[in-house]
Design a protein around this ligand. Sequence first.
Ligand SMILES: NC(=O)N[C@@H](CC(=O)O)C(=O)O
Ligand SMILES: [Zn+2]
Ligand SMILES: [Zn+2]
Length: 439
Amino acid sequence: MTSHLIRGAAPVGAEPTDLLLADGVITATGPDAAAQAGSETRVLDADGLVALPGLVDLHTHLREPGREDAETVWSGTRAAALGGFTAVHAMANTQPVADTAGVVEQVWRLGREAGWTDVLPVGAVTVGLAGEQLAELGAMAASQARVRVFSDDGLCVWDPVLMRRALEYVKAFDGVIAQHAQEPRLTAGAQMNEGVVSSELGLTGWPAVAEEAIIARDVLLAEHVGSRVHICHLSTAGSVEIVRWAKARGIDVTAEVTPHHLLLTDDLARSYDPVYKVNPPLRTQEDVLALRAALADGTIDIVATDHAPHPVEAKDCEWADAAFGMTGLETALPVVIETMVEPGLLDWAGVARVLSTTPARIGRAEGHGRPIAVGEPANLTLVDPAARVVVDGAHQATTSRNTPFQGRTLPGRVVATFLRGRATVLDAQPVADHTGGTR
Ligand SMILES: NC(=O)N[C@@H](CC(=O)O)C(=O)O
Ligand SMILES: [Zn+2]
Ligand SMILES: [Zn+2]
């Protein structure tokens, strides 16, 4: 296996150094690295680059099985590698739904075969996402896919009795329920954030309370049964207040925010361009600022992409008919640099925490989110923080084109990604022979 000598990269919070990757692990750092490199070792000049532990996405939609026209495990994980990720959790709202050991093993195996990132399947909480009957959570946990995160994402586990039972059940295998917090009755027919802009546009509004009411209920349920709960895509200032209160009370809750909710607002709906239609909806500038502050102070634990690819026909239509969702794997890190690093809200160690260490811990992604140190698995990404890149959906690796950042110039570029010492990305290009084969 090829070994790599990375020269002069700065691991988060440390001075620039050399790193030697061999046999899937970091085998040496500092002067030892060059000394131990062999004649076959590939040398990479990483002067000026930041080395982060490989990014981990707790919330990705890979669409396979069933919607391969939008994305496949292969195309989605290739996009993920280009975005600096070494592991992604694949949401369960596929067709068929990932609600059995058979389906999660299939997704896991497709990830292994593609080889771009590790794929950690999320199991559905309820059979068919129907919200009526618990899925075979134990069988999915015990399967080869080792499922630890369970979610009906796309839909809310609304029934409080089912939610309680799910929270209790997953304790047995160290699992977590990731809740898509959306009170369905309060959001029937909703098209965008409920507020000034929705009244002006005459679109049915989606009130903040529809999210906040479920979060409040679920942190109390988690406390009651002594389980851990994770909240998907927090989008309102009020949600932040509830999570802050719950954490102060000692409740085992974690929360994520998406890159798009850190940057974009409901003002964009004035364009009537469905690329800005997403669940939960884009909110106000006040919410955006509250989310950034909460990510900075740790109330929000992580950034997760909620990469939600859709085929052109699902977005190239009237707002009301369009699908909810936007892509995000290839722009997540640049948006975090723009919204958090450049304004001084997070340093690079903070970026490693919110995009790698903590998501790996929440999702129990073994071997990921580890320190950049001798003996650790060589899952890492090299970033050029000085680069500026214009986003162009037509040239992204994802099969879908629904990026809300089209035409924007964003800071930072992923130069290289390593999965267990193998380069999946080099010179900001996918490495076609990373597994010895392509598709
Ligand atoms: N975020 C979205 O708007 N859409 C997601 C579902 C979800 O994350 O709730 C999808 O699967 O398309
Ligand atoms: Zn969701
Ligand atoms: Zn989602």
